[in-house]
Design a protein around this ligand. Sequence first.
Ligand SMILES: N[C@@H](CCC(=O)N[C@@H](CS)C(=O)NCC(=O)O)C(=O)O
Length: 236
Amino acid sequence: MSEQLTLYLHKLSPYSQKIEIALIEANAPYKGHHVDLSNKPEWFTSIVNPVGKVPAVAYGGPIVDPENPSPLSTKIAESSVILEFLADLYPDSGLLPKDLVLRAKVRFFNDATTKHLEGPFYDFVIGRGSYENVVKGIEFVQGLLEEGKDFAVGDHYTIADACISPCLARLKVVTETDIGKFPVGMGSKLGEELKGPKFTEFTKYVDRMLERQSLKQTYDKEALITYFKTVFMRAQ
Ligand SMILES: N[C@@H](CCC(=O)N[C@@H](CS)C(=O)NCC(=O)O)C(=O)O
């Protein structure tokens, strides 16, 4: 039996959401604790994650108040590291396939989607990236998807799906609402482009991922839209 696991998270953080999704997909018990990033508690940076970012995990040790973390638990940060840790902790969950080639494919998918889609997309949303790079990223990801398969890699849900899903949810919001610091209309234009025949495989994959219970359970679309409106309000 695994030991206690406390996940320090922020409800609007896509990186935190990757971890919550993976935990739910693995049917793993955990305690989620929300960290106020606008007023970070001292104990969080001094004991849990010196970098001050969520997600972070405290694993093992006694069961304690999350705001008073035990020195006996192991603290782990960085969503990519935590995803792999969960896959190792729950080897029967299928979060990482047993087959070595498929495992490598999962890791490549995560590396590629982070670099080619997540990075360019978040840059685009904050007004520092280009539309073309987002489209290239989508093309790249689509190129990794195998026709007729439901998941990113192989025949099961893996950390590859968990890793990309929060970004897909935000892509959907941006294309539906046109909220972002890019020039007016570019978000909607991307939405229209994604409806075309060129991106059928990608769009079908997005729809499948957004239908997962683990995604729905960890994602408050209205709260995200409200947050995006506040943060990415364009100058008039
Ligand atoms: N590379 C990190 C990124 C984590 C990250 O940027 N988290 C943001 C929330 S989405 C954060 O905690 N920001 C607070 C801060 O930087 O002060 C990961 O994958 O875990």
